[in-house]
Ligand binder design. Structure first.
Ligand SMILES: [Zn+2]
Length: 174
């Protein structure tokens, strides 16, 4: 299916292959994050926005990999041969020899292993993000730092540059 993919690594004996289309989606996602972080609200200086965009994109990529690894490692644990994991335009795919799946119990376990991992990661990221979006002192501090460095804002009044209409600054979220 993925004739142009290359094996970049092996995790737990599972080959991790990357199709060239993966880089397209990664670049698009990084640009989308960067655009979101620079247009705000809140807006961030270009360097900070770039670091945040790279971090967010890396976390996205690792989350996709973790989802696929969960499928693959659960399959291996149950004695089902795994061909490998391929990262491509629409995320990831794990090649599992379905003829070797012994029954509906095994099929269910290796099917839900991926979504379950994504759910746990989502909850974890939510828990990490929650304090920063809830407590106002943190938000004021961010606003103060940004107003000092971002030329569109006035430190004296704390006023913001004209906001884009809602939706225009939205980012694509996986
Ligand atoms: Zn899956």
């Amino acid at each position: 299916m993925f004739t142009r993919s290359r094996t970049l690594a092996r995790i737990g004996g599972v080959p991790i292959q990357v199709d060239p289309t993966w880089f397209l989606i990664i670049l698009l996602l990084a640009w989308s994050f960067w655009s979101r972080f620079t247009t705000g609200p809140p807006t961030h200086p270009a360097g900070v926005a770039l670091a945040m965009a790279v971090t967010a994109t890396a976390l996205f990529a690792l989350s996709v990999l973790a989802h696929e690894l969960a499928h693959a490692l659960e399959a291996k644990r149950r004695g089902v041969p795994v061909g490998g994991i391929t990262l491509y335009l629409f995320g990831g795919a794990t090649e599992i020899l379905s003829e070797e799946v012994k029954g509906p119990g095994d099929q269910l376990a290796l099917t839900i292993a991926g979504p379950w991992t994504s759910l746990v990661l989502g909850a974890l990221f939510g828990l990490i993000a929650w304090p920063s979006s809830t407590f106002s002192p943190g938000r004021r501090w961010t606003a103060a730092v940004c107003s000092r460095r971002w030329p569109g804002r006035s430190p004296a009044t704390g006023s913001e540059p004209p906001a884009l209409p809602r939706g225009q600054a939205s980012s694509w979220a996986p």
